[in-house]
Write a protein that binds this ligand. Structure first.
Ligand code: ADP
Ligand code: MG
Length: 240
């Protein structure tokens, strides 16, 4: 569903991604881990062209993206993103937040978009919040709206960048539950998270980045119990 080949990204002299090769199959949930500064966010941002990699290829559903010729807003519709800080529009209601991109980017009829949005709100357990403004929601509710908003574009892949890191501990579970439901529905996902219980239970694979390189790409059982990589051991000691 999404493939990268030899992806390189630098900021000035700082090389952040040093040749990343990843293949994510339809329905896979890949959890991406690594210490702060290892390049996780940069990698996700390259995948939906919020950042442009200097070298390497990105293929979505088998098709190589040409950043000069392709319409990047269409690519972003196929590769959705959920951020740590939700990034909802504060001056729009929950419903308006969700229908914005489908109406503007995908030119979907407004009535149809609203109907879809209400179905998505039901899916994330927020049917009663359609007309509410984001500042009336808890962090967990905001993040569930952000997930519904991403889903409204019917993406082929959904990227999550530390979706629960900004939440009070008691609100983390409701967001992880929605993510688990999505995984159970067969959504292809790449998730940056420090929630190792989620990684153990939901991930098809765990990829560990270290200084801009993949140093581990394994199923959870192998990653957590049989890794022989010293950096992985250190990481596991730190998060456990
Ligand atoms: P992670 O998400 O794993 O913590 P990031 O991808 O955010 O790591 O950052 C990797 C490195 O790239 C860090 O050293 C960070 O300071 C640097 N970096 C990230 N974004 C930028 C940017 N826009 N300009 C300059 N340096 C950046
Ligand atoms: Mg990050």
């Amino acid at each position: 569903m999404i493939t990268t080949k030899n992806l390189h990204k630098s900021f000035g002299d700082l090389e952040v991604l040093k040749g990343i090769d990843v293949q994510v199959k339809p329905g896979e949930v890949v959890v991406l881990v690594g210490v702060s500064g290892s390049g996780k966010s940069t990698f996700l941002r390259c995948l939906n062209f919020l950042e442009v990699a200097q070298e390497g290829d990105i293929l979505v559903d088998g098709r190589k993206i040409d950043r000069k010729k392709d319409d990047l807003s269409k690519v972003r519709a196929e590769v959705g993103m959920v951020f740590q800080h939700f990034n909802l529009f504060p001056h729009k209601t929950v419903l308006e937040n969700i229908i914005e991109a489908p109406v503007i980017v995908k030119k979907i009829d407004k009535t149809e978009a609203k109907k879809n949005a209400l179905t998505l709100l039901e899916k994330v357990g927020l049917s009663d919040k359609a007309e509410v403004y984001p500042n009336k929601l808890s962090g967990g509710q905001k993040q569930r709206v952000a997930i519904a908003r991403a889903l409204a574009m019917e993406p082929k892949v959904l990227l999550f960048d530390e979706p629960t890191s900004a939440l009070d501990p008691e609100l983390v579970g409701e967001v992880l539950q929605v993510m688990q439901d999505l995984a159970d529905d067969g959504m292809t996902m790449i998730v940056v998270t420090h929630e190792m219980k989620f990684a153990k239970e939901v991930a098809s694979r765990i990829i560990m980045l270290d200084e801009g390189r993949i140093i581990e790409d394994a199923d959870p059982e192998t990653f957590f119990n049989h890794s022989t990589n010293e950096r992985t051991q250190q990481f596991l000691e730190m998060v456990n």
